[in-house]
Design a protein around this ligand. Structure first.
Ligand SMILES: [Fe+2]
Length: 145
């Protein structure tokens, strides 16, 4: 059943590896929303949340390498946001001892930690990278002229 937490095309940045990682984060989220409320155990839930947090950290470090490579001016600010998100996910998880509580909080956590972050913050380095490409293209035109 649709949870409202699915990947959408509008989240695509056009940066292959990063998009693939974002999609995988949504797949991990789907594993949580697909858990059966009656038969699933807390251990099952915890294992998925641990994987979500681990993969999020791995993905964020790759994004940071990318931002560093393109010399993104808001690198430090964005890096701090990543730290805050990890902290937020971890505390939300620790403070929610049952599957039902996690489910209730999940929508908020994912909306803030994943969707809003991609749409507002990740989109900024994507636009910056795109402007670099455009400038390089302009330089080529100047050379040709
Ligand atoms: Fe990011």
């Amino acid at each position: 059943m649709a949870s409202g937490l699915e990947w959408r095309e509008e989240y695509r940045l056009g940066i292959g590896k990063i998009d693939q990682q974002h999609i995988h984060l949504f797949e991990i989220v789907a594993q949580i929303t697909d858990l059966d409320a009656i038969t699933s155990t807390k251990e099952e839930l915890k294992a998925i949340l641990v994987e979500l947090s681990r993969y999020m950290k791995e993905h964020f470090s790759e994004e940071e390498v990318y931002m560093h490579q393109i010399d993104f001016p808001e690198y430090e600010y964005h890096r701090n946001l990543h730290r805050e998100i990890i902290e937020f996910v971890n505390t939300s998880v620790t403070n929610s001892p049952t599957l039902a509580m996690i489910r209730t909080k999940l929508k908020f956590i994912i909306k803030k930690a994943l969707i809003d972050h991609i749409v507002t913050e990740d989109m900024k380095y994507k636009l910056y990278a795109a402007s670099l490409k455009e400038n390089r293209f302009d330089e080529c035109l100047v050379e040709l002229a």
